[in-house]
Design a protein around this ligand. Structure first.
Ligand SMILES: [Zn+2]
Length: 390
């Protein structure tokens, strides 16, 4: 009987995560006979998902053929939308970009024009590297708002007028009929940063502070999204002493109303330094503008208040600050409050740092989202049986 533990999808997983590199290792790990392993492997080799390469003679004795996941047998399309600009890329199945571009894109124009632009960009990028739509196995899209990932729809997004409940997957599938995965930008950044830089961290939190404020949580290597995809939506937590500040979401006193890139740009403008956006604020910060430095540190302290609760709840080993405000002054503010207020046991082994990968983490994480889904044990088996291409 074929169970998940002995299926072709299971063998693929062992090869993908590096646990098994040879037929002998697959036999040993699964307890399957030599002929059954060969039979399952034929399916994977036949589809081009796995390839045999060179010979592994590292153990001495007779060299054995190595098995590896073929990251070139298909490509992934990924796009990351921010409020005023977007990035898109064609990536291989290891999440390495083969072609990418960015440009301005106003998310407030609504989903139809934004997704039409992204579709055009995808076609242009595929054309640039001479790949066809037939070679695309899936599409990933990251957005700056809360997402119901089971439906692939945005849910009541404060920064995305017109997007609530819009059928994103249906729209993108009009051009390319492949699976579409949609997730929140902080989530994909967390996934990308974790996989690239801290794959062994069992409890990992990334707080993205740009136009808005959100966090991605990776527990035991997997994203934690909560029941409704609402986990990590920190920006609209109401702070009792901030009752006056009007937030983008319509409420007053949200964290994002005083400590987001958008809020800081407004406050710096009020101080006589014209600043349009969080990215613009960052430029003033990098140039050493003293008011910007002070505001960033204060904002860090504010965000630190909320992150103190996050740290006490999750006890992460790593807290990574990403986004426009991920720099010294802001992180200093976070640390000041965090280490003062959190219980010592929650911070004893906590490392607070800025993102190493930065912006590219989002595209990488979006591609991983698609690949992890399509080549999971269950999806692999389903797709092998259905003969889905590629
Ligand atoms: Zn709000």
């Amino acid at each position: 009987m074929v169970t998940a533990q002995t299926s072709a999808g299971h063998l693929l997983q062992l090869i993908r995560n590096g646990q098994a590199n040879t037929r002998a290792e697959l036999q040993e790990l699964t307890g399957l006979s030599r002929s059954t392993v060969s039979q399952r492997l034929e399916m994977l080799l036949g589809r081009g998902w796995v390839r045999e390469s060179g010979a592994d003679s590292s153990t001495g004795g007779r060299p054995r053929t190595r098995l590896e996941f073929d990251r070139h047998h298909a490509v992934v399309l990924a796009a990351v939308l921010d409020t005023t600009h977007a990035q898109a890329a064609v990536l291989d199945l290891a999440g390495r970009p083969l072609a990418e571009r960015s440009g301005s894109l106003l998310i407030a124009d609504g989903p139809a024009p934004a997704l039409a632009t992204i579709t055009d960009w995808f076609q242009e990028l595929l054309g640039r590297i001479g790949r066809s739509g037939q070679e695309v196995c899936g599409i990933g899209l990251a957005v700056p708002g809360p997402v119901d990932t089971s439906q692939g729809r945005v849910v009541l997004p404060p920064n995305m007028p017109g997007w609530d409940g819009y059928p994103i997957a249906d729209h993108l599938q009009e051009t390319l009929e492949v699976p579409v995965l949609v997730d929140n930008d902080a989530n994909v950044m967390a996934l990308g940063e974790h996989r690239a830089k801290y794959p062994d961290s069992p409890a990992f939190v990334l707080a993205k502070v740009s136009t808005g404020i959100g966090a991605g949580i990776v527990i035991d290597g997997a994203l934690y999204r909560g029941i409704d995809g609402g986990a990590g939506d920190l920006g609209h937590i109401r702070m009792p002493d901030l009752g006056y500040a009007l937030c983008q979401c319509g409420s007053r006193g949200c964290l994002a109303a005083v400590a987001s890139g958008r809020a800081l740009a407004r406050r710096l403008t009020e101080l006589g330094v014209p600043t349009e956006s969080g990215a613009d604020f960052r430029r003033h910060l990098d140039a050493g503008q003293p008011d910007a430095a002070r505001l960033a540190r204060e904002a860090g302290q504010r965000v630190g208040e909320v992150l103190t609760t996050v740290v006490c709840l999750l006890n992460p080993g790593l807290l990574v600050i990403a986004g426009d405000l991920a720099e010294t002054q802001f992180v200093t503010g976070v640390r000041e409050v965090l280490y003062q207020r959190a219980l010592p046991r929650a911070t004893r082994n906590l490392q607070v740092t800025t993102a190493e990968l930065g912006e590219p983490a989002a595209l990488y994480g979006t591609a991983l989202l698609v690949v992890d889904h399509l080549y999971s044990i269950d999806q692999s088996n389903t797709r092998l049986i259905a003969g889905a291409l590629p």
